[in-house]
Design a protein around this ligand. Structure first.
Ligand code: ZN
Length: 338
């Protein structure tokens, strides 16, 4: 499917939070009251910056290649050298046969004329489906805006809702009763044409059937309200690392995306054939956009166990990348300067 001529290929990916996820506005500093999470400045919906995702995927990919390394004589280990920000003597190996440095880039190294931006680019991770309690059990709420954010030809043509104050869901033969969504009591409607196609599009992204059966669509305005008033807010105590005791007055609260939140993002993979490393060497670690995607996917199981964001030691941050059914790319390709 991938041809040598494409300069890049874009893959939509979805993931589900297995724990609450906290990606804070001020890094992951503890001991501060009211740690808020990053929000999109326009929609006010929480998101995970692509730079945060790229950082952890780089570290986990490096761990994977170090754990499965066969060569004994490699000058630098993949981990920790090729993980992290690079720079200094402990920096990236910057070799043309290193999958970590090829895919995630490297800072200027000993043997290189200059840095390399890397072949993979990560979009921000957006909330696609947000879990909320109702009298019928958990419901996963979304909105036209949330559905349109990424995934272009999969979800882009979603139209607006006829009734901005109702919740739309498939009836599944049940009586259509109003639904308690968190603090809101919403009339339920079923006459929105997009509902049928939506299930199959979400299924293609790898979203589980039990979530799709409990899907509700509301207006963008209601969605913003529902998400922000149903975030997980936890209170914790900062521990003094010197004494192991609670610091006096160090009670703090922090917010997080709740477990079960489904996020969506895009991975853009540049074509390795269009680049040379250190001005002369072909990239031998990867040879196609698909191969770039496969390198990044090595990090998935680490993300599922080690997580993303702060408070990892408090049982937070684990995220499962869902197995998309048919994503050899969206067909979103184009020319770019290399
Ligand atoms: Zn490297």
């Amino acid at each position: 499917m991938t041809t040598d001529n494409k300069s890049f290929e874009t893959f939509p990916l979805a993931g589900m939070a297995l724990d609450p996820i906290h990606v804070g506005t001020g890094g992951s500093r503890l001991g501060r009251v009211d740690n808020t999470i990053v929000r999109d400045p326009v929609t006010r919906i929480p998101k995970i910056p692509g730079s945060s995702l790229a950082g952890v995927m780089r570290a986990y990919t490096a761990m994977h290649y170090e754990n499965s390394r066969q060569e004994k004589d490699r000058s630098k280990p993949y981990y920790p050298d090729c993980a992290g920000q690079g720079g200094g003597d402990s920096g990236h190996c910057s070799q043309h046969d290193c999958p970590v440095c090829a895919v995630f880039g490297f800072a200027t190294g000993k043997d290189s004329g200059g840095g390399f931006a890397g072949l993979a680019a990560f979009s921000d991770m957006h909330v696609l489906l947000f879990p909320v309690a109702s009298q019928l059990g958990p419901q996963w709420i979304t909105s036209p805006m949330a559905l349109r954010q990424v995934g272009r030809d999969k979800l882009a043509e979603i139209g607006d809702l006829p009734d901005q104050n109702a919740l739309y869901r498939k009836s599944e033969g049940q009586a259509v009763e109003p639904l308690n969504i968190g603090w809101l009591f919403l009339p339920v409607k079923t006459d929105w044409g997009e509902l049928n196609g939506l299930a199959s599009k979400l299924r293609e992204l790898g979203v589980y059937d039990y979530i799709i059966r409990r899907l509700g669509v509301v207006s963008d305005k209601l969605f913003t309200h529902i998400v922000n008033s149903n975030l997980e807010v936890r209170t914790s105590v900062a521990i003094d690392p010197a004494t192991g005791a609670a610091e006096e007055g160090a009670l703090f609260t922090y917010e997080a995306l709740p477990r079960g939140t489904v996020l969506i993002w895009e991975l853009t993979c540049r074509n390795p054939k269009h680049f040379k490393i250190n001005k002369k060497n072909d990239l031998t670690a990867v040879t196609s956009p698909d191969a770039v995607k496969d390198v990044v996917a090595r990090a998935d199981s680490y993300l599922e166990h080690l997580g993303i964001g702060g408070m990892g030691t408090r049982g937070m941050g684990r995220l499962r990348v869902l197995k998309a059914q048919d994503f050899s790319g969206t067909g979103a390709t184009g020319k770019e300067d290399s």
